[in-house]
Design a protein around this ligand. Structure first.
Ligand code: XMP
Length: 520
């Protein structure tokens, strides 16, 4: 398939909510890893995967439960280093002849402190920065007797076997979660582990790109693929990657619902059609969307109308492409549900974030999601690797319903036109002041009120607008951006001078919660 040869680490997932963070820590070390649910890992799989090291994730189960998740015993005969985490530690001990005890009043959740024992272990080199290293625990059962060959290297009040290891076999097991933020020195453990395992740290975005291309070709064969392009980072990177893999078997559909920002449609179309020579359907459906939104002011009704029309329009154009078998989406790792299904057979239960919700089922399409294993910043790195312009990669998020939810009350073409101009001036100001990349998202909302003003010698009666700028990590919580008064004053003056129709500018200083980022 691909001649990329890099060492592979296998993460056997027992269902922990934070398994993906293990992958994250390893990616930061340029180690290639794949997460596979325990019930898909058997002897044949292990032989085929040929891991250079294995990590057992944590998980919600108890080794005492009937049908408790277990790895194949043959994993211990591979002769490769293994690291067990939390439930993974208990599994390791159970399999290798140790004992696990049910947690009766000895459960530990949250912060705990692990102290070193007299024993020394390479994998812990540089780990104990303090006498008591903070770790994050989340377990009910605990190991009560370690397996033959193991020693204890760290203890916590409720986990006497917090860090255990068998240095001869390179098997290590910890009761806590080194992958989470609340184990501040946790990354060190992974670093030492992969170093001991002999990883060269050669897994880069270039390698990912080639792997992903091979995987897309293998999945799609000679079938046609359609991709809804929004102009956002995720769908753009997905489209460019897939195009590189299968060329003109991919057709992108860009729906212009009339709710885009100034120059946005041209920018997207030019970039993909002219720069990438990609088959692109530019569906100009402004009349349809704006017609159906006419007179609608309720936010949820707006969203529902837009969502429904989007699916109809996408379906119409996708059907015109011919017999597409796949729908490409820029689903990211955080969109993929963390846990695996233990009862539902070997398949992983995922929650796909349907950018064009409901379409795959409706049209009988299979999904191609080449970014499913990446975090947002990795998608940006991949975009850079693929040569997408920096201006595209660094764009602020833009919601599917577009300007409709930045225009509280009734949407009119007049208001949209004013909003586009005001937004363009605001973003221009932010760029000129070198703040664009410091801000997570910034935009203007046009308010459904007119206010009285005085310009020159005359009276004005125009719309008021609100500037919004927030910092956030994931959009779930946010705080307003602390612009200087000079910046705000200058921006207000520019908007009022340059945008006919607006005579008052306010700055929204609401955090989320209690507010939301968008106004509707
Ligand atoms: P809120 O307003 O909920 O927004 O605080 C959080 C983030 O999500 C974006 N957003 C959307 N993105 N479709 C999208 O693709 C939507 O319907 C949608 N609504 C909000 C919003 O811009 C912010 O980044």
């Amino acid at each position: 398939m691909t001649d990329i040869s890099h060492d592979r680490l296998l993460i056997i997932d027992f269902g922990s909510q934070v398994t993906q963070l293990i992958a994250r820590r390893l990616r930061e070390l340029n180690v290639f890893c794949e997460i596979h649910p325990f019930n898909t890992v058997d002897d044949a799989f292990l032989k085929d995967f040929n891991p250079k090291a294995v990590i057992f994730s944590g998980g919600p189960s108890s080794v005492f439960a009937e049908g408790a998740p277990m790895p194949p015993q043959s994993v211990f005969d591979l002769g490769v280093p293994i690291l067990g985490i939390c439930y993974g530690q208990q599994v390791m001990m159970q399999c290798l002849g140790g004992k696990v005890e049910r947690g009766h009043g000895t459960a530990e959740f949250g912060r705990a402190f692990v102290a070193p024992t007299q024993n020394k272990l390479d994998v812990l080199e540089g780990w104990f920065l303090t006498e008591k290293e903070q770790v994050w625990m989340s377990h009910g059962d605990h190991v009560s007797e370690i397996a033959p060959g193991f020693e204890v290297y760290g203890t916590s009040p409720n986990a006497p076997f917090a860090i255990t290891g068998d240095a001869a076999r390179n098997f290590y097991a910890v009761q806590f979660h080194p992958e989470v933020h609340h184990t501040p020195n946790g990354a060190r453990l992974y670093e030492n582990f992969v170093r001991l395992a002999g990883f060269k740290g050669d897994w880069t975005m270039r390698a990912y790109r080639e792997e992903a291309i091979a995987a897309i070709r293998a999945q799609v064969g000679d079938a046609k693929v359609i991709c809804g392009l929004s102009g956002g980072v995720d769908s753009s990177v997905a489209a460019v990657l897939i195009h590189e893999a299968i060329g003109d078997q991919l057709t992108c559909v860009f729906v212009d619902h009339g709710l885009l920002r100034k120059g946005e449609a041209e920018e997207v179309v030019t970039m993909f059609r002219d720069n990438y020579n990609m088959p692109l359907i530019h569906a100009d459906e402004q009349e349809l969307f704006l017609g159906e939104l006419d007179g609608v002011s309720d936010p949820e009704t707006k969203r529902k109308i837009i969502g429904r029309l989007f699916i109809d329009v996408f379906q119409k154009h996708a059907t015109a492409v011919g017999d597409a078998k796949f729908l490409a989406q820029g689903t990211l790792y955080p969109d993929v549900i963390e846990s695996v299904s233990f009862s539902g057979g070997p398949s992983v239960t995922i929650k796909s974030h349907h950018n064009v919700g409901g379409l795959p089922e409706k049209m009988g399409l299979k999904l191609v999601e080449p970014l499913r294993e990446l975090f947002k910043d990795e998608v940006r790195a991949l975009g850079r690797e693929l040569g997408l312009p920096a201006s595209f990669i660094g764009r602020h998020p833009f919601p599917g319903p577009g300007l409709a939810i930045r225009c509280p009350g009734e949407i009119t073409r007049e208001k949209l036109a004013i909003l586009r101009e005001a937004d363009a001036v605001y973003i221009d100001q932010i760029r000129k002041h070198g703040l664009y990349d410091e801000i997570w998202q910034a935009f203007v909302a046009i308010l459904p009120v007119r206010t009285v003003g005085v310009m020159g010698d005359g009276r004005t009666y125009d719309f008021a607008c609100a500037l919004r700028a927030v910092n956030s990590v994931d959009g779930m919580t946010a705080d307003y951006y602390p612009f200087t008064h000079e910046f705000l004053g200058e921006t207000a003056t520019r908007i009022i001078n340059e945008v006919p129709g607006i005579n008052r500018v306010t700055y929204d200083i609401t955090s989320k919660p209690p507010g939301t980022i968008e106004w509707e």
